[in-house]
Design a protein around this ligand. Sequence first.
Ligand code: DAH
Length: 338
Amino acid sequence: MVDAVKKYFDLVKAFESLEPDEIEAFRISYLGKKGILNSLFSDFRKVPLKEKKSFGVELNKLKTAVLEKVRDLKEVSKKKSGSNKISDPTRSAFKINTGSKHPLSIVKNRIIDIFTQIGFNISEGPEIEDDWHNFTALNLPYHHPARDMQDTFFIETNPDILLRTHTSSVQVRYMENNQPPIRTISPGRVFRNEAISSRSHCIFHQIEGLYVAKDVSFADLKQTLNYFTKSLFGNKKMRLRPSFFPFTEPSAEVDIYWGLETEKDYRITKGTGWLEIMGCGMVDPNVLENCGIDSENYSGFAFGMGIERIAMLLYQISDIRLFFENDIRFLKQFKTTI
Ligand code: DAH
């Protein structure tokens, strides 16, 4: 009888398939209800008494051998099928260096997120503008001294065409094409004929905001800006300081309290602890009328901020030129999933 079991040991040893189906069939043929082991165990009765013990030992060995075989074959089969699965056979064998988002994009997207959460949409306009949209419609007629606030790149052959000096031009375009209620923010690149230094550049980015509806008040502006500065800077104090812009009346500048803890804080805040982050105000009724909106019925507020300036504050970057040099050592510090 014991010899009969030996035959099965040889069969188990010989089995080498790595096909999952065949391994399973093998397992069932031995360990299943009607399998070889069960039928051998039922032969147990017929085994002569003196062989019973060794027969039992052999059967248990056979069972263990089958279990081990199945486990080993399954393991090898799994490894093999895993290594066969190449998700992209054209992929480079060398490590791929992934890029990172530009810090200006990161900050721009954060600002956009904050405003879209309270119902603002996004609008864009052309970088090459005409005089009307960049200046005249915004209460800055020809020869108005306030035009000097923004040194402009004009196109030599056509003084009516220029590179926009601010994204406020998008306000005008948006109001010309949409009636209130209007809630829009306009990110974009702007150009000014300025000497390049660590603090200013001839190309930079702004985000403009505009809200026009019935009964919009200065309190609405203040609340919106409060929400914005809290979301972006955390619990820093904000204040509004009276200022002048031709397109808003009254106008204000927005400061946040940066603190005066370090020498650097003294330097960047000129010893006051406060930092200016944007301009804002109630849209001048003339501007609403210029854009085809009834200023008797509607009022609105607007604001505009420089993205570089905010990115420099958030990331403690001391030279604006770094944003445009595309030095990989600078850029890779901003690796993020945002
Ligand atoms: N356009 C202004 C600038 O570039 C910023 C600005 C100030 C925009 C006040 C506004 C505003 O909409 O109300 O300096």
